[in-house]
Design a protein around this ligand. Sequence first.
Ligand SMILES: [Zn+2]
Length: 317
Amino acid sequence: MIEYNNGLYVPDLDLWLDARRVKDFSFVSHAHTDHATRHRRVLATPETLTLLEYRRGKTQGKPAEYNQPLNIKDHQVTLFPAGHILGSAQILVEGEQRLVYTGDFKLRPGVCAQPAEVKSCDILVMECTFGLPHYLFPPREKTKERLILFIKKTLSEGLTPVVLGYTLGKGQEALKIVGDAGYKAVVHDAIYQVARIYEKLGVEFEPYQKYPGTDLEGKVVVAPTHMNRQQLQADLGRCRTAYLTGWGLDPDRRFALGVDLVLPLSDHADFNELVEYVHQANPRKIFTVHGFPQFAARLRDLGFDARHLPEKQLSLF
Ligand SMILES: [Zn+2]
């Protein structure tokens, strides 16, 4: 039902799943760069197609709304929410067996993405980015509180708080948290452009301004993660930085990133969510991708038939 040939391929549908190289027809789970190749034809949610067009130019799209099954070559194909970023989807293919490919997902609700669903299946292909037992994220509300405290304290010392997040997804989530907490956000152009698209797709933000070109007094800057401290200080003057990433659970990460604070706000499932997903989906066979091979071993310990697919491998199954 599925083959792995330096990428996931469903032969019955002649459909690739998040292929990295250009293909005739591929499902694209969401618009992050590592998934967003410009294929000749793309199966994705309307939101992902809009974001892909912004990032990669126009492609021929086959839009599929969540939970609106399509027929492709006598198989029923359904996209359903992954809870990762706006428009992110998992795919269910129903033939003789039920196959689910998760793409990137998280089970805990975010502020911009529709909450993830889990569907029972026979074969599960799942991401396992944070598939080691020590990756356990604190409740998102707690992390949000820590971010707001950081902002409050930084402003009270007369410095500019800077929140760093990925251009697509985390940047808009940061903007939403900052605005909803009653602070005025000034947003770096790359995140600003995507936020405008989010708004067109129905996400609402409190009013925000674009940086540069705005007075920063008493405001919070939201900037992409590639901006380093020297750049920021040269641009903004005295500032303090908070970086949003699940890898913030690694003790040395703050020093490696050269920031003042790392907060583990992630758009991926943590270890417990990954295990919970497997229990809910209850598949006969599991293939793990994008993450630690140890996670598949852990699932085998729990009695599941699980195998890790390394990034570069030529094999069929
Ligand atoms: Zn992603």
